[in-house]
Ligand binder design. Structure first.
Ligand code: ADP
Length: 367
């Protein structure tokens, strides 16, 4: 059971700041996922925790002890890479035993740890094979097994599934979740750019934003449970990043602020959002947001024209051209008989609306 704390972590490469002011606690036993667009510093932050990269400033603590100066091998952290990094000339068993022999553990202890890990990862029948005789998924499991047998305090995963095909990714994702449960109390930090992995694995998501163009903002856009980020994004960046297809955004100007809602004037229409409006000025610019599943197609109110349909079998996404925004409004619907060019009615329920102020900060939603 170990706690990892990042306190005021900054990282510069030359003149370029790539990580700004990260303050974060990863609780003992937590599954913490770093997600964000490519280049936002996810891997660099993971490498800082591992000790493969030094922070430019700030402090890294494990169980309350500063470890900035501690070499990687002493940190009791195991890292699983995207590229597996197995020794090709060694068997699965030898690959898993390698690190343990360096720790001078007795043979019986090494055998026992490998047996337990091989059982957990379904590798028991493959221990005498060389990596070349394994599939990509099996190799990745060996890489995970090699980390498990060390019984580290903290596991770090850097995009471990990105070299696997889609079906195997889903299967291995479930195995990693089970593994986390079975390794009672082990903290995991997992980097991915895949939202589904982040949403399904994480106890806590740390969403990072790229600093290019915003050098004064901290790197962390929001930290929280996946559903917290989905239902209560703190700002427009989070709202746009989490969810696929993305949230619809509609630009307008505040027309009224009441105790229950805020109304926004958009192209001559008044749209309401059930949010708290403290600090908002009538006339100020604001952005409404609504997720595709909350746009009610077929319900009277507003009108749009079907511009595109995407059929996914059990539901469809309809892209509606409307007077509300230059981009089509995307709605999830069961109505798969809609025709291109057809005029349809839709409504945007106030209780499902998000509202972002002129700086992109979310207004708190009414409960
Ligand atoms: P992510 O994992 O989110 O894709 P990275 O942590 O790999 O992002 O990289 C963050 C930024 O830091 C990128 O702009 C990348 O080019 C830069 N970077 C990473 N490592 C180095 C390095 N060793 N030297 C210079 N720039 C680097």
């Amino acid at each position: 059971m170990s706690q990892v704390e990042l306190v005021g972590i900054n990282k510069r490469f030359g003149e370029t700041t790539v990580i700004a002011d990260v303050n974060l606690t990863i609780a003992p036993g937590e599954f913490c996922v770093f997600i964000g667009p490519s280049g936002c510093g996810k891997s660099t932050l993971l490498r800082i925790i591992a000790g493969l990269e030094a922070p430019s400033s700030g402090e890294l603590r494990i169980d309350g002890v500063r470890v900035n100066e501690m070499e990687p091998a002493k940190r009791d952290i195991a890292m699983v890479f995207q590229s597996y990094a197995l020794y090709p000339h060694m068997t699965v068993f030898e690959n898993m035993a390698f690190g343990l022999r360096h720790l001078h553990l007795p043979k019986g202890e090494i055998d026992q740890r490998i047996e337990v890990a091989a059982q957990a990862l379904n590798l028991a029948t493959m221990l005498q094979r060389k990596p070349i005789a394994l599939s990509g998924g099996q190799r990745q499991r060996v890489a995970i097994g090699r980390a498990i047998v060390r019984k580290p305090k903290v596991f770090l995963f850097d995009e471990p599934l990105s070299n696997l095909d889609a079906a195997l990714r889903v299967k291995t994702r479930v195995e990693i979740a089970k593994l986390h449960r079975s390794l009672d109390g082990v903290s995991m930090v997992y980097v991915t750019h895949d939202q589904v992995e982040a949403m399904t694995l994480a106890d806590k998501i740390v969403l990072l934003r790229p600093l290019a163009g915003n050098p004064d903002l901290p790197s962390v856009a929001q930290v929280g449970h996946p559903l917290e980020l989905y239902h209560h994004p703190a700002n427009r960046f989070v709202a746009a990043f989490i969810g696929s297809p993305s949230m619809n955004f509609i630009e307008g100007a505040i027309s009224e602020v009441t105790a229950h809602d805020v109304t926004v004037n958009v192209a001559g229409q008044t749209l309401a959002a059930a949010v708290e409006g403290q600090g908002l000025q009538v006339g100020a610019k604001a952005t409404l947001g609504i997720r595709p599943e909350h746009v009610l197609v077929g319900k009277a109110g507003l009108t749009g024209t079907v511009a595109h349909m995407e059929h996914l079998g059990e539901h469809a996404y309809v892209h509606l051209d409307t007077a509300l925004s230059p981009q089509p409004l995307i709605a999830k619907t069961q109505l798969d008989a809609l025709k291109l060019g057809e005029r349809v009615q839709f409504s945007l329920p106030a209780t499902a609306m998000h509202l972002f102020d002129a700086n992109g900060q979310a207004m708190r939603r009414q409960q």
